[in-house]
Every structure is written in structure tokens, then in C-alpha cells.
Design a protein around this ligand. Structure first.
Ligand SMILES: [Zn+2]
Length: 148
């Protein structure tokens, strides 16, 4: 992949994982350029099919494009960062990420977005005042603060 394309994807994502919103440099984690629709499913290496993802999200997403919604049992497409708004599908419940739609629930489950490693990162970010993230791409995130 061309360096210019990688740089564009990182800048467009504002240096955050486009699934779990973890900031790029904070944990010296490896971030990867995700093919939203995997190459094995015909997804192209073009800006409209690329997203910035942390290692954990990208690892669990793998080549998946759909899975079973844990609530309804129906086949559901995963979240598409280029076509869908994050705040319409996810909400924070303290350190936990909750899917508010079929797409959100399915993505949280497949990408294991509440695994202990994710929770630990969020705990560290919160102690520094960097969690929950307040603004992304000109939209305010819906934040529900509930007692733990
Ligand atoms: Zn992530």
C-alpha cells in the first residue's frame, strides 16, 4: 500500500481506531490499515474501503464482514466506518462499549470490543482524562454515564 494512502487513512481517522476509538500513539500499539471489506471478499485497496484499526479490533475482525446479532440471532453486516456513523451504533457505558443497533451489537461481539485489554486501555485513558473520547469527525458521541 502506498505511503500516501496510509497517511491519508491515519489523518482521516484522526489517529484513532475507527472501531473502538483508541488513540493511535497513546499506547505505542501497532495500528493497522483495515480493509473494511476484506480483499478475500473483493474489497479494494482504495480510500473508501480502508479504515484505521487498532491491532485488537483488526485481529478479531479478520476477514469477517458479517456475523450473527447476539440479540436477534439474525445475520448482520459489521460496522462500516466509511458508510455509517459511529454514534448511531455505539454508546459508552462507563468503560464498556455497547452496541445500540444490530450492527453495533454484532460488531462489539465479533471484534470483542470489551475484552480485558480494551477495558484496561480505557481505564488508563480515563485516569489521564482522555476517556471517553468526546468528539470525532464533527459529531458528538453519545455518552451514557452510569454507575459501575
Ligand atoms: Zn480498536
Amino acid at each position: 500500500m502506498r505511503t500516501r494512502l496510509k497517511r491519508m487513512v491515519c489523518e482521516r481517522a484522526r489517529q484513532r481506531c475507527e472501531y473502538c476509538l483508541t488513540p493511535l500513539g497513546r499506547f505505542a500499539l501497532s495500528f493497522e490499515i483495515d480493509h473494511v471489506i476484506a480483499s478475500s471478499h473483493g474489497g479494494k485497496t482504495i480510500g473508501s474501503n480502508l479504515a484505521l484499526a487498532c491491532f485488537l479490533c483488526n485481529h478479531y475482525k479478520g476477514t469477517n464482514v458479517a456475523a450473527i446479532d447476539p440479540k436477534t440471532g439474525k445475520a448482520t453486516l459489521l460496522f462500516h466506518p466509511r458508510k455509517q456513523r459511529w454514534s448511531r451504533h455505539f454508546v459508552w457505558r462507563n468503560l464498556t462499549l455497547k452496541g445500540t443497533s444490530s450492527v453495533g451489537r454484532t460488531t462489539v461481539a465479533v471484534l470483542r470490543m470489551n475484552d480485558p485489554a480494551h477495558l484496561l486501555r480505557r481505564q488508563i485513558l480515563r485516569s489521564d482524562g482522555g476517556f471517553p473520547p468526546l468528539v470525532i469527525k464533527r459529531e458528538l458521541l453519545r455518552i451514557e454515564q452510569r454507575p459501575e
